[in-house]
Design a protein around this ligand. Structure first.
Ligand code: PMP
Length: 343
């Protein structure tokens, strides 16, 4: 048998939601039910294919400028990567030391955080969520830094901005990564980018995968102080100098400019979400308040299997604390009607 690394031999990696071949209603990976903006297709049509013989623009000048304008920060505060998962991975390597104090995050959160910590030999400590699945910010301290998803997945709950400020305060001098993959669907909280000039230890990560309907293109970014961005660039340049390809840069640039379209799609998702929550509660089903494009609904494996049999795929995590629940992406009104009917 060929020798491979002990790590590859023994590690359990993150496992993504199923990607079915048959035609199921897919409510398991929090994709947007609406297509990317028309401007994205136009950007592809206009794209000069001869450009692909060259490596992509290393400085990501146009895209960074657009992100900086949208976020009202300077370009030097922007780091762009191949999906926010990659940005998260680089952040763990860039901000935290291996075999040192623990990185702190809630127990029930995005399950890629422990996977990245393991990959880079970074210790981590999981803090129990409260009984209602919420996160007590005061408990997320005492390590070499923090990762928090706000709004959180898979619970769909969010912390108010004051609590994120508090997290930055109680972890002064240590990086606090705020993963805002779902922030555009939030109505009860808002982005921590607005806190960056007060707390230089904050690093906010966002993605084009959810509210921009571009999960297939793989692009995410971080907004942070210059020192943290520089650390990210160092790690990137030790791994892959060009993680964001030329076509991706053009498509995301076009997407940013189609602000009105995305606001409309987001509003539709939020309206559908609230309608489905009301309907589920009317039927006596327990569902958490959601500040995301998904719902956390009581009724674990049995719901998952029943729905799958009826052609609807939702996410069920067979792990402690969440086994009794399913995570259901908010799809189109038609898809959600089918979900409710199948339940
Ligand atoms: N953070 C959270 C909380 C997520 O749920 C996801 C999507 N699975 C990501 C980050 C990664 O998103 P992407 O890599 O598509 O940008």
């Amino acid at each position: 048998m060929i020798k491979i690394s002990e790590f590859a031999e023994k590690t359990t990696p993150y496992s993504v939601g199923e990607q079915p071949r048959e035609k199921l209603i897919k409510l398991n990976t929090n994709e947007n039910p609406y297509p990317p903006a028309r401007e994205c297709a136009q950007a592809v049509a206009r794209f000069d294919m001869t450009r692909l013989k060259l490596y992509p623009d290393l400085s990501l000048a146009e895209l960074k400028k657009a992100v900086a304008e949208k976020e009202r920060v300077k370009e030097e505060n922007v780091f762009v990567g191949n999906g926010s998962d990659e940005v998260l991975a680089f952040a763990v390597r860039a901000f935290f030391d291996p075999e040192s104090a623990a990185v702190v995050f809630p127990k029930i959160t995005y399950s890629f955080y422990p996977v990245y910590c393991n990959l880079f030999d970074v210790n981590y400590m999981c803090v129990e969520n409260e009984r209602d699945f919420s996160v007590d910010a005061e408990k997320l301290t005492g390590g070499q830094g923090v990762i928090i998803a706000n709004p959180n997945a898979p619970t769909s709950l969010s912390l108010p901005l004051e609590k994120i400020a508090r997290l930055a305060e109680i972890n002064d001098g240590k990086p606090v990564i705020v993963d805002e993959a779902y922030i555009d669907f939030a109505t009860k909280t808002s982005s921590a980018v607005s806190l960056l000039n007060r707390y230089e230890n904050l690093a906010v990560i966002k993605t084009f995968s959810k509210s921009y309907s571009l999960a297939g293109i793989r692009c995410g970014y971080m907004i942070a102080g210059k020192r943290l961005v520089k650390a990210m660039e160092t790690v990137r340049d030790c791994f892959n100098s060009y993680p964001v390809d030329s076509l991706c840069q053009k498509i995301c640039l076009a997407a940013i400019k189609a602000e009105k379209y995305h606001a409309e799609c987001t509003e539709k998702v939020i309206n559908t979400r609230e309608k489905v929550i009301r309907e589920l509660r009317k039927r006596g089903k327990t569902v958490l308040d959601s500040d995301t494009n998904f719902l956390f609904v009581k009724g674990g494996e049995s719901d998952y299997l029943k729905l799958k049999e009826k052609g609807i795929l939702v996410r069920w995590f067979d792990s402690d604390g969440v086994r009794e629940y399913t995570r259901v992406t908010v799809g189109s009104d038609e898809e959600m009607d089918a979900y409710l009917a199948a339940l």
